[in-house]
Write a protein that binds this ligand. Structure first.
Ligand code: F0G
Length: 476
């Protein structure tokens, strides 16, 4: 991606230059939240007590928390001020009206249904649209989306290209659908496809963007087979920023206009506002079709609350209304994407392979490049997360993510998994100093990695196992 002539860009080279003002945070800190680094013996004790899983570590014991970018961002002074305007009326709250106006303007969809977070929206949409045996086709489903489709006895299929498995494949829009896969799946299963789901950005595919070109092509295939298109919109602004920077047609086009064009190719969307709307809680669904929205509202009353609050307080709706707009701000986005690129570059310099180009909300690390001596059974992702905490009190996520995809040769739906560690960057929360510290810890982990003999699972319940799993180190 070229950054010629622009004050900000996403190029890795450029992000590495520490002299650029562009790396200076475009905000200043008004409220400080203390964090502290435990001593090495304390960290060892905490990690063992947490069964070697970051999920079980108390937040107070973490120095820098890169487990997720969801709900962990810093609200702005404008958002905090808006909280005070919260109208907590059960029916017809003014806060709802303000939120509805903004979300309509941003998405272009007329019918808005608020929910307390993304998965609540997924529950409603899958209950409305997915029947047993249905096949939902996405570039990549997020964890909870997949869970909801499976819960409805549907089959979530990820049409991401096989390039995903190559961390070194530097194509610009790595989050795209492989149109060949999509076409094969539509040709075989179209009568059972309730909708195609475009996830922007494509979180589970290394937080990589989807191009407008790809979205248009997906829409034309969907039209050919008479299938609806929905968007998982939680990182809508980050995706639009990559389109602006990477597709010449959109150079100089505003983020808002790009978002509107993206969604013009869909029938609706849902959004976890905990990401690009920079709130700690919130979400919504949006529909073009009124009758679908009416049915969603009926379910909403059962699961979340009346449609003018949807499982949220009026003040939360106010914070979302402000955050939705702030999330589209050009300079905020330029800085955010540059932060991820910068961390990715520093980690690459430590001779650790990351998915490139680095995506929007964090850096995805190829753990095999750190622990080449560990087999998959020795859980290198767990080893990396444990080492990051032991060496520097840094909490990172990771998964051996199961998915169904399309085999290009046979056209069959096949099982595959994708293994990664994710250093997710919370919004407006950490500074350049924090990122440099994290990269130094990665380098230290890498230099000692051969001492790590891997981990084994000691406990794994059947339902939502990865949230409750426990590990132990393999004896050396
Ligand atoms: N869709 C995507 C693409 C997501 O990344 C998430 C959450 C959801 C839906 C669900 O939204 O958490 O508000 O219910 N992702 C978080 C993460 C948890 O860490 O990436 P939610």
């Amino acid at each position: 991606m070229s950054i010629e002539g622009r004050p900000f860009g996403t190029g890795m080279e450029d992000a590495g230059s520490r002299s650029l003002a562009a790396l200076a945070e475009p905000y200043r800190i008004k409220v400080a939240e203390q964090i502290r680094l435990l001593s090495r013996p304390e960290r060892e004790e905490v990690l063992a007590a947490a069964h070697y899983s970051g999920i079980h570590i108390d937040a107070a014991d973490v120095f820098i928390d890169l487990m997720t970018d969801s709900g962990t961002g810093a609200m702005s002074s404008e958002q905090w001020a808006a909280l005070m305007r919260g109208d907590e009326s059960y029916f017809g709250s003014r806060s709802y009206q303000r939120f509805e106006t903004v979300s309509r303007e941003i998405t272009g969809y007329p019918h808005i249904v608020p929910t307390h977070q993304g998965r609540a929206a997924e529950k409603i949409i899958t209950e409305l649209l997915v029947r047993p045996g249905d096949v939902v086709l996405s570039n990549t489903h997020f964890d909870t989306t997949r869970g909801h489709i499976l819960h409805r006895q549907g089959v979530p299929v990820d049409c991401i290209g096989d390039w995903l498995w190559d961390f070194g494949d530097e194509r610009e829009f790595k989050g795209n659908f492989d149109l060949k896969k999509l076409e094969l799946a539509l040709a075989r299963h179209h009568s059972r496809v309730p909708f195609i789901l475009i996830t922007v950005l494509n979180n589970m595919a290394c937080s990589s963007p989807v191009s407008m070109q790809n979205i248009r092509e997906v829409k034309s295939l969907a039209d050919r087979y008479g299938v609806k298109v929905m968007f998982d919109a939680c990182r809508l602004a980050e995706n639009a920023y990559f389109i602006q920077q990477g597709e010449p047609e959109f150079s100089g086009v505003s983020i808002q206009d790009i978002v509107l064009e993206m969604f013009s190719y869909g029938d609706g969307c849902w959004m976890s506002a905990k990401k690009d709307a920079i709130v700690n809680i919130g979400g919504f669904c949006a529909f073009r079709d009124e009758s679908l929205a009416m049915r969603a509202k009926e379910l909403l009353v059962l699961y979340e609350g009346y449609p003018t609050y949807g499982g949220l307080a009026g003040r939360d709706l106010e914070a979302m209304a402000v955050g939705l707009r702030e999330g589209l701000d050009q300079e905020y986005l330029a800085h955010r994407i540059r932060q991820a690129a910068y961390l990715g570059r520093l980690i690459t310099e430590a001779d650790v392979s990351v998915s490139r180009p680095v995506g929007g909300s964090g850096v995805f690390v190829d753990v095999r490049s750190i622990y080449p001596h560990l087999s998959a059974e020795q859980l290198p992702t767990v080893a990396f997360a444990a080492d990051m905490f032991l060496e520097g009190g840094v909490r990172v996520g990771g998964a051996l993510f199961p998915m169904k995809t399309v085999d290009i040769g046979s056209g069959n739906i096949v099982d595959r998994s994708f293994e990664f560690s994710r250093l997710a960057i919370p919004r407006r929360t950490y500074t350049q100093g924090h990122l440099e510290y994290v990269a130094d810890i990665v380098a230290r982990v890498k230099s000692k990695a051969s001492e790590n003999m891997g981990y084994r699972v000691t406990y794994m319940p059947e339902t939502m196992g990865h949230f409750f799993v426990r590990f132990a180190p393999v004896a050396g």
